[in-house]
Design a protein around this ligand. Structure first.
Ligand code: ADP
Ligand code: ZN
Length: 540
């Protein structure tokens, strides 16, 4: 009949409409689908929420209808596999997954469906792909022309430069070497150049067409505040703008996650902790509640969020500095997936800068890797310190340049342009103070002491070390402590000063010379007034 002929149409637009109920492709989706249905390879860089799944699901359906067999989707996320397979089955597309959550009877059933050619899509964890028994099944399908397509989701996991590296992904080059002629589509929401090059290289995608979508998330408002009392600042932000909203608060350590969740609960919010140290059951329960209940605040480490598709997350807050811009972008990108307004709020301070640098310095990684991490951290710090549009910085990092002078109108710096001051002279004073103290004592000092010396504050330590006799003692009495912290932060962010060792002592780097000579102009934001303390809401 006409009906069933229409049902079996392999035209992408028909599938989009009939199976998924959508009227039009978004962005590059249509072109990507055509490329893959035609048997070509593709590398898809699309922000979270951009619609990556359809890019391989529609080719999978079209090619299966055309008699080309099954699409194997490699995904590291078990929860996501469940959700997607459930949604596909509901839409009448026969799909299944193979992962550690299945018992052997369940796995056998899936394998029978696979070998009988009934499956349109099979989701599998990366470690499954390299399993010899599974490979033999794929070989057999391949020989019969029934292996249609490979989709490699979260493809950035193949990159050691990224934050989600997975050992198993390294072996996915076998998809190219072992299954010649089977098209491959790799997808990721991480788009910096290093990661992209890594994906192409390690997955052997040199011949693939690359599709890059804009990474702009115009509905997300970026705000970065200088930390004075982070808790008070967060509470102010939540009470002013997000009472009753669902959101995520990221913290660096598990301990801080627990403390913060407890504290927010005491303040009257529904807050739950999430980190890798919690029982798997607890984690699953908290995640489920976050997805199902309204107005829940998840306090989490970076362990939370990959593959979480909750459309109405209204804010993502960072109490500590993320590792780099990709991390920041990924984490904040979990807000506002429904397209409605969402806030990305972060507090950061001198201690964050010092800590992150120290973590890199003290890691056991190789020098090249460390240099890369430092470069990435510096890019993030430059964004934090920026006096101009945050979005311009963020997008520039992903290779999207905006015309000079362009402003987004939806970040703190655009909405409330910060007051600036010329810190060139102050930077020179700070550097000479670091130098003099080191020269006098034979070892370096941390920021607190250095600022005391600059401001001429007499302490036990300034007296004991004899630093009150130095020419730099008191040369910066005209500036506030907050201003000096800004100067130090900026000097570290710009790499003119390095923070070293267990005590985070400061030392000049080679580039400090140009600053000392007055060859580098340094402009800083005026510190804002400290956040007023607010009375605790408590539970009523
Ligand atoms: P990603 O994997 O890139 O984060 P998803 O594939 O989960 O994004 O898609 C995000 C949301 O957008 C989903 O709810 C999806 O159904 C919806 N979506 C994707 N493509 C379209 C489209 N062409 N028209 C309407 N909605 C779409
Ligand atoms: Zn802006």
């Amino acid at each position: 009949s006409i009906d069933s002929a229409l049902d079996a149409s392999a035209a992408p637009a028909d599938i989009l409409h009939q199976v998924f109920g959508y009227t039009a492709f978004r962005g590059h989706q249509g072109a990507i689908v055509d490329q893959v249905i035609g048997g070509g390879d593709a590398l898809v860089l699309m922000p979270t929420g951009g619609g990556k799944s359809l890019c391989y699901q529609i080719p999978a359906i079209a090619r299966h209808r055309a008699g080309q067999g099954v699409t194997v989707v490699v995904s590291p996320l078990i929860a996501l596999m469940h959700d997607q397979v459930g949604a596909l089955e509901e839409a009448g597309v026969h799909a299944a997954f193979l992962n550690s959550s299945l018992d052997s009877a369940g796995a056998q059933h899936v394998e029978r469906e696979l070998m009988a050619g009934r499956l349109v899509m099979l989701y599998a964890a990366p470690e499954r792909i390299t399993n010899p028994r599974f490979l033999a099944m794929l070989d057999s399908l391949h020989q019969r022309g029934q292996l249609s397509l490979f989709a490699i989701d979260e493809a950035h996991c193949v990159s050691q430069w990224g934050h989600d590296f997975r050992e198993d992904y390294l072996q996915l080059d076998l998809l190219a070497t072992r299954f010649g002629g089977v098209p491959r589509i790799a997808l990721t929401a991480t788009a910096d150049e290093h990661t992209r090059a890594d994906i192409i290289d390690r997955l052997m995608l040199e011949g693939a067409r690359t599709f890059i979508s804009s990474f702009d998330r115009p509905n997300i408002r970026y705000t970065i505040v200088e930390k004075d009392n982070a808790k008070a600042q967060l509470l102010r932000f939540l009470l002013d703008e997000h009472v009753g909203d669902a959101g995520i608060v990221y913290c660096q350590s598990r301990k801080k996650v627990e403390e913060t969740a407890e504290w927010l609960s005491a303040e009257g919010f529904s807050a739950l902790p999430y980190h890798a140290g919690l029982d798997q059951d607890v984690r699953r329960r908290h995640q489920d509640r976050f997805l199902r209940e309204e107005g829940l605040v998840m306090v989490a480490t970076v362990a939370f969020g990959m593959g979480i598709d909750k459309p109405d997350v209204r804010f993502v807050a960072h109490l500590d500095l993320p590792k780099n811009i990709e991390g920041y972008y990924q984490e904040t990108g979990r807000g506002g997936r429904d397209g409605e307004a969402a806030d990305a709020w972060m507090s950061y301070g001198l201690a964050d800068v010092v800590n992150q640098r120290r973590m890199i310095d003290e890691s056991t990684a190789g020098d090249e890797f460390k240099r890369l991490q430092v470069g990435k951290l510096e890019a993030l710090l430059a964004m934090c310190e920026s006096l101009d549009c945050r979005r311009v910085r963020l997008l520039a990092y992903f290779g999207e340049d905006r015309p000079a002078g362009w402003r987004c109108g939806n970040c703190d710096n655009c909405l409330q342009p910060p007051a600036r001051w010329d810190a060139t002279e102050a930077a020179r004073k700070a550097l000479s103070c670091i130098y003099r103290c080191h020269q006098h004592s034979g070892f370096g000092f941390g920021t607190v002491h250095l600022i005391d010396v600059l401001r001429g504050k007499s302490t036990e330590k300034t007296r004991a070390r004899g630093h009150e006799s130095l020419s730099t003692f008191g040369i910066g009495a005209d500036l506030s402590e907050a201003q000096w912290r800004g100067v130090m932060r900026q000097l570290i962010a710009l790499g003119h000063v390095a923070s070293e060792g267990e005590y985070s002592t400061l030392a000049l780097t080679d580039s400090a010379r140009a600053v000392l000579k007055g060859q580098v102009q340094i402009e800083l934001r005026e510190p804002r007034e400290p956040t007023p303390r607010i009375r605790s809401r408590g539970k009523t």
